[in-house]
Design a protein around this ligand. Structure first.
Ligand code: PLP
Length: 374
């Protein structure tokens, strides 16, 4: 059983993916070909915003978003310590200072109640992450940003593309939405890719220029930029995958819901804590993640039983060698506890009920073994 079943997805979409790629090979416009604009238009419509700018990766999306906001050395950006390193990495690459704020223990997303206390005169932006595919508390975060001089808010939506929040879509909820098309994300390509979303014309224009080395026109470098374009072939792959994306989202929601129900059926003594999904939003389960005290032992048994699992993430950023200097010795108890307890189970739109039952049976057995031993 694969952790994420990209082969089944390809088998289902082979005709369109192959044809879309072949079309690019035929026209030969590998950089900024017609598929780039077509994809940007479709994605902007999907999210419900004016502008979509495709870029080379999710990391590049975050970097370009911050560059378009003109982040300067020493500027502080409030973010979560419980995320993939790329979130904070982009801040540090520009000389900025990530300011880590602890998470809610039940959703693992940044706790908005703790943000205001972290704001200083140097704060330039807030960068929350919609972890595991559940949009963070965007209304609360936007309200805090508005109270503090209209701070920009960048949603790191690398894991939440397709998710809804109060009837609106992830990526369209704040100044910037930034997502990734890394193959294992809810909407993936066959290499690296990503996209930025905004309603702000000036920011969109800035990002389009930064993506091509800061050019406002050919060989006029108005600003500092990067080589940040998404390949035409990767755009073609995403276009083909969009054909059944709504079906995939519906499947992901249903599979996630079924996992949650199966986990609720486990004896309480086995100590499984499910992720809390707030009532006004859904979770597209980029990873299906749960928390257990006996994580290390259970993780080993499951892998021994041939059930692929993963840990997102084993160490919070304020305790990582490259970032601990920004943590200033902070103790962030919920992020640290989550890092010790989280475990992700196989998840993809093509996961069958039979496969899910096998996973949960193996989990139950591993938990029972461990609980018997202690
Ligand atoms: C995957 C991911 C990124 C980076 O995306 P890439 O396309 O791999 O560069 C950033 N933030 C989060 C939360 C991610 O999961």
């Amino acid at each position: 059983m694969p952790f994420i079943d990209l082969k089944a997805q390809y088998a289902a979409l082979k005709t369109s993916i192959d044809a879309r790629i072949q079309r690019v090979l035929d026209h030969g416009q590998y950089i900024m070909g017609p598929e780039v604009k077509e994809l940007e238009e479709k994605l902007a419509a999907h999210v419900g915003v004016k502008h979509c700018i495709s870029v080379a990766s999710g990391t590049e999306a975050l970097l370009i978003a911050l560059m378009a906001l003109d982040l300067q050395p020493g500027d502080e950006v409030i973010t979560t310590p419980f995320t993939f390193a790329a979130t904070a990495e982009t801040i540090v690459l520009l000389g900025g200072v990530p300011v880590f704020v602890d998470i809610e223990p039940d959703t693992c997303n940044i706790d908005p109640k703790l943000i205001e206390a972290a704001i200083t005169p140097r704060t330039r932006a807030i960068m929350p992450v919609s972890l595991y595919g559940q949009v963070c508390d965007m209304d609360e975060i936007n309200a805090i940003a508005a109270r503090h001089g209209g701070l920009p808010v960048i949603e790191d939506a690398a894991q939440s593309f397709g998710a809804s929040y109060r009837g609106r879509k992830s990526c369209g909820l704040s100044t910037w939405g930034a997502t990734s098309f890394f193959p294992s994300k809810p909407l993936g390509c066959y290499g690296d890719g990503g996209a930025l979303f905004t309603d702000d014309d000036a920011l969109a224009q800035a990002a389009r220029e930064i993506r091509v080395h800061g050019q406002s026109q050919r060989y006029t470098h108005t600003r500092l930029g990067v080589g940040g374009r998404m390949d035409t072939i990767q755009c073609a792959v995403v276009l083909a995958k969009l054909e059944r994306f709504d079906w995939e989202i519906a499947r992901r929601l249903a599979i996630g819901e079924r996992y949650q129900e199966l986990l609720a059926g486990l004896p309480e003594a086995l100590g499984v804590q499910r992720l809390a999904v707030r009532g006004n939003r859904d979770c597209v389960w980029a990873q299906f993640t749960l928390q257990i005290e006996a994580r290390e032992a259970v993780f080993k048994s499951l892998n021994g039983a041939g059930i692929p699992t993963a840990i997102h993430y084993p160490r919070p950023l304020h305790q990582q060698p490259a970032y601990e200097r920004f943590g200033r010795g902070q103790v962030l108890p919920h992020a640290e506890a989550a890092a010790r307890r989280v475990m992700s189970l196989p998840m993809s739109a093509d996961l069958s009920e039979a496969q899910q039952d096998v996973v949960v049976a193996a989990l139950r057995q591993a938990l029972q073994q461990h609980v018997a031993r202690v």
